[in-house]
Design a protein around this ligand. Sequence first.
Ligand code: SAM
Length: 308
Amino acid sequence: MGKTSKDKRDIYYRRAKEEGWRARSAFKLLQIDDEFNIFDGVHNAVDLCAAPGSWSQVLSKKLLNENEENPDRQRIVAVDLQAMAPVYGVKQIQGDITNINTAKEITSHFQNSKADLVVCDGAPDVTGTHCMDIYIQSQLLLAALNITTHILKPGGTFVAKIFRTRDVTLLYAQLRVFFPYIHCSKPWSSRNSSIEAFVVCKNYSPPEGYTPHMMNPLLIHKPCDFDELTGINRVIVPFVVCGDLGQPDSDTCYPLNFEGKEYTYHEPVQTPIDPPYQEALSLLADRDTDFRRPDVSVVVDNLNSMTI
Ligand code: SAM
């Protein structure tokens, strides 16, 4: 796909580059905050599955004073399997959110205190097999919830990506064990055509006697006792659209001069620094060198010089 055709297609992609966000996802967190005020009273925050870092940029902007010469480096921690370029005032951990050592490392950065807010925009690499992708995404959400029970203060907030599919109530039921207030939200910047949404869970209140443990499945105290889900499954989680009708729709193509400005192409703010597809790109580059297409201008010159 050409550069400008992608720019043309997606106004949030275009805006992200204009405003200096590393990914269009930044708008999702900003619109969730407009609706739920998730940053109110937040001192320590954790961004799980953070690369390339647009949510960390939002946390940095909302929680830190950019004019400080030495920002308090213990307040925001970002975790991802992949390396990420630095973000102002954000401590980075390259690690796996399913690993207990990652939880320990996070709390050690807060001097053994805990976080007021944990956000997770985690997504596994898609396999293309729909039900498998949904299953893996659900497992990632459960892993995020699990590590959150180690690092979130009672009363804290958890925001995470969720796929709204047939069995999503099982996830709501699981979240309800730990949070009395849960909303499922869909920011305007998240495409309507995508099953992605975000759970906003407030007032973290673990059940009495609950001890966080990375090895246990979380399900309702007694693992695999699905019968107990019957009652709690009747709880309806409110669905909220974040943003108002004045904001552009993420599924619509807008003209390049849509906002009354002359269009200028911007390079991406930050490309991934060590993406897993790097090897594939280098293999492709080698292949292109081996089987290079003929240069069209040379072919045309040759044709012109031919005498019939
Ligand atoms: N919120 C990010 C932003 O705004 O730039 C985008 C996150 S991206 C959609 C999903 C990320 O989840 C990927 O960078 C991936 O490496 C990460 N991820 C997936 N599984 C993970 C795991 N087990 N531990 C840590 N990160 C993981």
